[in-house]
Structures are given as structure tokens and as C-alpha cells.
Design a protein around this ligand. Sequence first.
Ligand SMILES: *Cc1c(COP(=O)(O)O)cnc(C)c1O
Ligand code: SF4
Length: 439
Amino acid sequence: METHPGDDAVPLRRPKGRTAPVGLPWPQVSREQWNDYRWQLSHRITSVDDLAGLCRIPAEEAQRLSRVTDIYRLGVTPYFLSLIRFDDPDDPIARQSIPSAEEYFGAEDGEDDPLEEEKDMPVPGLTHRYPDRCLMVVTNFCSMYCRHCTRKRIWALGEAAKTEFELSKMFAYIRRHEEIRDVIVSGGDPLTLPTDRVEYILKSLRKIPHVEIIRIGTRVPVVLPMRIDDELCAVLEKYGPIWLNTQFNHPREVTAEARQACERLLRAGVPVNNQTVLLKGVNDHAEIIRKLNTELLRAKVRPYYLFQCDMVRGLNHFRTRLSKGIQIMEALRGLTSGLAIPSYVVDVPGGGGKIPLMPNYILSMGEDRTVLRNYEGIIVSYEEARDDGRPSARVDSALPPPRNDVYRLLTGEVRALIPAGNERMARRKRRCESGSPST
Ligand SMILES: *Cc1c(COP(=O)(O)O)cnc(C)c1O
Ligand code: SF4
């Protein structure tokens, strides 16, 4: 009988008393090794050949997948791999971590950098888009390469961390820009750096007086939770206030190990927020998002954003319509804890940044009354406060008012916004200049 490598690898189970599930290529791993992030890093699955040892991949498919991984590298930690149910062809954990031919073949749509992060980089690796905060890419390495990654383009640069020289340029920029009060340390995955490197970055940022908070963007609690060890926690505690944003996408990722990692972070004074990416075939159903977010609350993690999947080349098969996100938001509000409801945001192409989207709850606004609807569909007339001439709260100093034209519409400074090149306006102007009466 013909056998295929990995035939006996299906299905994966976690038997009592053993740490690695049956079917993984490390049946003899000790609990100690499994819980050591260095062991996890050095035993990552990084090639299609490795994969073929785990699950059945027809030769032709393996060849196609190798073409994909030539461009978009493969890397999965044994831990994350152990969450996959290989007997399910649509497994949501596999979909995020195992390459698919769709990433490369027939992936003409999309751009490598639709959010134009590179164009908003005053120094390489640092994106300064919003007035008071900036984002640093400190490494291109990730312990697990998410197939849906928005920054897939940087994988081609190799699995390298930024050098001290490159980092020093970023720090110098932040030092020169006193308006920056929030620095996001991201990547790649910054927590894959050695702890002393993490400390060096945090320490350098803390030396800049106007940096109030540091945010770490990392998927380590989800894909390599054992990385959140005592040594790292001590460093994070030392350089606080530090906030950590992670990315749980499916309730099955909220394991005992992941919960423990979040618990450790909290004990070190680091609040953990979650940024889910809305992904077709992974979590594009209100019930999955509700379950995920309520599980996260139990782990004391706050759902912060639900991201629309970006129009990055090779991610088309992950994209949903905007209406899907709205439908999910509609299904959450009122039906579960407000704490479990994130903001649904779309980062628009061209560097326009994040735009929040929500169902319409305002039906009409009048002088005395506003008509609203609630989550049950009940329509309510809400009595507005009357202007009694009393002044609003005073402040000593304030952010400057937005200088955008929509704000000027609200203040009455301008009456209409007219797109450049509007033909009707051009016609008016021509008539005006030629002095002919309007007809
Ligand atoms: C998302 C993002 C931020 C942070 O945005 P918040 O809404 O404050 O979480 C900052 N800079 C860049 C370039 C971003 O993409
Ligand atoms: S951890 Fe973040 S940067 Fe790394 S591959 Fe996943 S989404 Fe991309």
C-alpha cells in the first residue's frame, strides 16, 4: 500500500500527560522544552518539506506552495501548530499560518503597501502619520508569519532586526518632534528580539521626556505565549507605562497558555488590548467575534479594534465586504457587554489612516429632537438640551481645532466643498469672465 508522509499525523490530539500533541514531529519533547520559547523558536516549521511531514500534501500542490514560500516565507511555532485540527480542511488556525496557493497564483489585485506607510516615513522604519504618535518597525522577524499580514512586503528584506544605527536615527527623529507622545514599537514582532534588545529600545525611548506612553505591537501572546517570561515582564514593568496590543483572531487561540501570558503582562502593569483582523473563513461571523471577545474579557484583555483586512497583494482571499463588518457590529451592540465591543476600522488606501465604521444609529437630527434607533430596532425621539446661554467648560490650553474643511463646514466658515475641476463651476466661471448674463 502506498503511504504518504504524515498519514499518521491526522488527527492531532493532546493526550493526557504529554505536552506535544500526537502527530507533531516532536513526540519526545519534555514539558520544560515545550514551555521554553527558545526551543519553540528553534523548532519552527519553515519549509514546505517540513509541512509535508505533518500533513498530506500532494506533490503538485507542494510544488505550488514552494513557489508561494519563495516569495512569502513560512514560519509557524510548534505551539501554534498544535492548535490546528488537521482533519478540518477549513481550520481557522491553519488558514492563518499554512500558506495557500491563493497568496501568489491569481493574486494580481492589491498593492504591496496600499496604506503608503513607506511614503509617511521621515526616516527608514518610522511611520509618522498622526500628529501625536508614531510607529517604529524594529525588526522584520516574526515567530509566526501570518498569511494575512499587512506588512508582508517587509518579509522579503530578510529576517533581520534593525541595527543600533538604524534605531538611533528613529530615536533622533522622535527626540526632535516634541509633539510625539505615544510611540508604537512594532515590526515584525518586537518581542522576538532578545530581552536585552527590547530593554535597549524601551530605555532609549524613556530617555525622551515628551514620550508619555510606549505601545508594543506583538502577536507573541497568541503564537508564542511562553515568550512572556519573568525576565521580559521585569523589563516591561521597569519602563512603563507600557501598553501592549496583540492580535487574537479566533476563540480557539485563547488557550490556557495565552491566558497565562496575558495574566503575567497585567501583573507587570501592562494593559493588554486586542486588534482582531476580520478574515474570511477565519472569523467572518458575528458569533465567532462575540465568542472571541467575551473569552478575551475573561482573560482581562480589552477588544480594541476590529480591522478590515487591507487591500494588500495576495490577501484577496481573506477580504470581506465592509457590510460584513457592519453586520458584526450590529450583532454585538446591546447583545453583549459593551467592553466586548471594539471599534471597527478600515485603514484606507493612500495613507488616509483609520476610519471607524458603524451601523447608523442616528436617523435624523432636528432643532429640538433627534431620532435614534436602538439595537432592537426601536426608534426613539430624543429631546435635545436647549441652549440656555450658559458657557461651556473652560480649558487652559486645548488641541488646535481641526483644520480640515469638513470642520469648517460645521462652523459655517464654508458653505460647500466643491471638488477641483467641477465642470459646472468651471462653466459658471467662464460665463462670469466673459460677462455674459446667466441664462
Ligand atoms: C494604527 C496606527 C497608529 C495608531 O493608531 P491608534 O488609533 O492610536 O491606535 C499610529 N500610526 C500608524 C502609522 C498606524 O497605522
Ligand atoms: S505577527 Fe504581525 S507583523 Fe508578524 S506576520 Fe503576523 S501580522 Fe505580520
